[in-house]
Design a protein around this ligand. Structure first.
Ligand SMILES: Cc1cc2nc3c(=O)[nH]c(=O)nc-3n(C[C@H](O)[C@H](O)[C@H](O)COP(=O)(O)OP(=O)(O)OC[C@H]3O[C@@H](n4cnc5c(N)ncnc54)[C@H](O)[C@@H]3O)c2cc1C
Length: 386
């Protein structure tokens, strides 16, 4: 490891490796620092949408089929025991093991010459001089710094002067169980809307294991462990006895500044997670890629303001997340939740429209425009008692 680079990236998750790959491929002197040695554990459902697939292809090129463990035919949506709706013969949902997924991405960026310093934590950041101070006592200086260090980002914390709140975040609990330990077969992802307030529960198949989790807005829930235990017992007819782990994730609040003075925030560090579905992997890759493109633009002299160039690129993500946050009020609030479930149960096309959205073929703005009219008709017919 040198003590000076053109670009340093804190965090080797999907955001960090996407940025590193893009920069290294263009010949930029780049170093990624991660606190853990890879492959490392990352608590995550590992569900990958077509959006993730498209972003992967744009950034890393071929090889998608080596990135996931399980390809799903469809998905099922429940309200309690009741199957509300389902997606069949879709085939474009994937489940990955995040420790392998992330390690493969970082390997791809190393192949292009990115340096990877693992097992050393960035303890503090001097934003003005762009210096990272590591746990080992080493210091690295750079021209451009990308904070891709997840939901508890040390870089974001420095940018926001420590003013980040847990209330706008979600908390999630998850357990991974061998298939043999469960009473029934899980062939497709199952989503349960009633398991937690302002969130949902999930059961995802991943070859020989099943991932079971619940996640919801931190400020709207009290006892996540009790929710998880009830969810597990109701789904599998027995008490949960294994190991369950918890982690925060961004859920509706993203950074408006996305960085400052040559420091850029990407992925969870910038809050880029869908506030309805909790999808974050695709946005992490996309924002890491955008951060690197903005740095390349600054290095070539095409822009003088790397932060403005980055914010502009990210508007395609943040605009969508803002719309999703509006729609969420209808889906999750106690007053309208039942209407949403009824609408979902009645519509044969709704889950497929949502898949179009998850693949980036339509936007939340278009979905809101479309569904808005249908909902007004539904509310009117409910009031009229039809
Ligand atoms: C329980 C749960 C389930 C989820 N399920 C899904 C899902 O099914 N599909 C989906 O798309 N998204 C899911 N998400 C969200 C998804 O996991 C994140 O959005 C995604 O991991 C963000 O990627 P990232 O690269 O920004 O950050 P991360 O993947 O968190 O990577 C950050 C990296 O930074 C490193 N780091 C942190 N601090 C430091 C430091 N100080 N110094 C050096 N290194 C540091 C970490 O070790 C880590 O490797 C889930 C999240 C949770 C919590």
């Amino acid at each position: 490891m040198k003590n000076q680079y053109t670009a340093v990236i804190v965090g080797g998750g999907p955001a960090g490796s996407s940025a590193a790959h893009t920069l290294a491929k263009s010949g930029v002197d780049v170093c990624v620092v991660d606190r853990f040695r890879f492959p490392r554990q990352k608590l995550c459902g590992g569900l990958l949408t077509q959006r993730a697939k498209k972003n992967y292809a744009a950034i890393f090129g071929p090889g998608w089929d080596e990135m996931y463990e399980h390809r799903c035919d469809g998905a099922k949506f429940f309200d309690g025991e009741r199957l509300v709706n389902s997606i069949e013969n879709y085939g474009e949902l994937y489940v990955c093991d995040r420790s392998r997924f992330d390690a493969r991405l970082i390997d791809k960026s190393k192949e292009h010459g990115a340096e990877f310093v693992q097992g050393d934590k960035v303890k503090a950041v001097d934003l003005r001089h762009r210096v990272c101070k590591l746990q080992s006592g080493k210091e690295i200086t750079c021209r451009y710094l990308i904070g891709a260090d997840g939901v508890n980002s040390v870089v974001a914390n420095a940018i926001h002067n420590g003013k980040t709140s847990r209330n706008g975040k979600a908390f999630a609990l998850e357990a991974t169980l061998p298939v043999a330990a469960l009473s029934r077969e899980i062939a497709e992802p199952e989503i349960y809307f009633d398991s937690i307030d302002w969130g949902y529960g999930w059961i995802f198949p991943r070859n020989d294991v099943v991932v079971v989790g619940i996640g919801g807005l931190f400020s709207k829930n009290r006892d996540f462990k009790a929710n998880f235990n009830t969810f597990f017992r109701d789904r599998f007819g027995k008490a949960f006895t294994g190991v369950v782990k918890g982690h925060f994730l961004p859920f509706g609040e993203y950074s408006k500044r996305m960085g400052r003075d040559g420091v850029l925030l990407a992925g969870d560090a910038a809050g880029l997670v869908d506030p309805i579905t909790g999808e974050g992997i695709a946005y992490a890759m996309q924002s890491g890629w955008f951060a690197a493109q903005s740095v390349l633009e600054a290095l070539s002299g095409k822009t003088k303001n790397v932060n403005a160039a980055y914010r502009k690129r990210c508007a395609v993500i943040t605009g969508e997340l803002a719309y999703a946050a509006k729609i969420r009020n209808f889906l999750f609030s106690a007053a309208t939740r039942a209407l949403f479930i009824t609408a979902l149960a009645r519509s044969s096309s709704a889950p497929y429209r949502y898949m179009d959205l998850m693949s980036g073929d339509i936007t939340y703005r278009e979905l809101l425009k479309n569904s808005g009219r249908k909902l007004i008709r539904m509310v009117a017919s409910k009031i009229a008692g039809k």
